[in-house]
Design a protein around this ligand. Structure first.
Ligand code: CTP
Ligand code: MG
Length: 171
């Protein structure tokens, strides 16, 4: 199948583009990180910049996992460009996750407090935004379709993590 990711306009291309982000997003909880990225730093409002839920170990584990998945997809599908897309997707996912925590702290929400939509879609919006900046634009219909798939995958992954006692809350 001929793949042209500029723009991302088929479900096949879309899934290839977001699957690395999904893995990047699901992996940090396994890392059991201890080193907060913000180093305990507080923002002007006196609250933590990001909080203890965002660690270096988690960030690196997520990036590595996403990059590996992108690389494997590239290998299996024989399309080197997919490794690059996977890397962008993973980096974007982690940036989206950090921005979401920054917003949550500014709203006075404790680490782990539920923020519907923000919790489920931060990684997806981050991934799509970085891909977009890099020239991999997306059609509106694919944006919505993949948002639904990504949000559902996030909910399912968190329920599994909760059942496995990796997370204290199921969101
Ligand atoms: N995690 C991590 N490093 C990251 C992201 C996540 O170590 N960069 C781990 C943390 O143990 C975190 C768990 O994965 O508690 C779940 O991630 P998430 O739900 O994003 O964090 P929350 O604890 O809910 O924190 P926040 O309120 O900031 O979203
Ligand atoms: Mg959370």
């Amino acid at each position: 199948m001929a793949l042209d990711f500029k723009p991302i306009d088929s479900l096949y291309e879309g899934l290839i583009a977001v699957i690395p982000a999904m893995f990047a997003n699901a992996t940090p909880v396994l890392a059991r990180g201890r080193r907060p990225i913000d180093g305990g730093l507080k923002f002007l409002d006196g609250r933590r910049l990001l909080g203890d839920g965002k660690t270096w170990e988690g960030l690196i584990a997520g990036l590595v996992a996403g990059a590996i998945v992108g690389f494997l997809l590239a290998l299996v599908l024989g399309e080197p460009q997919i490794a690059y897309i996977g890397l962008l997707s993973s980096i974007g996912a982690m940036i989206g996750d950090l921005i979401a925590s920054f917003i949550k702290r500014r709203l006075g929400m404790q680490r782990g407090a539920p923020a519907p939509i923000l919790d489920q879609l931060n990684f997806y919006v981050g991934a799509v935004a970085l891909l977009y900046i890099a020239g991999f634009t997306i059609t509106p219909i694919m944006f919505i379709t993949l948002a639904i798939i990504s949000g559902t995958a996030h909910i399912a992954a968190n329920m599994v993590a909760y059942k496995l006692k990796l997370k204290n809350v199921p969101w």
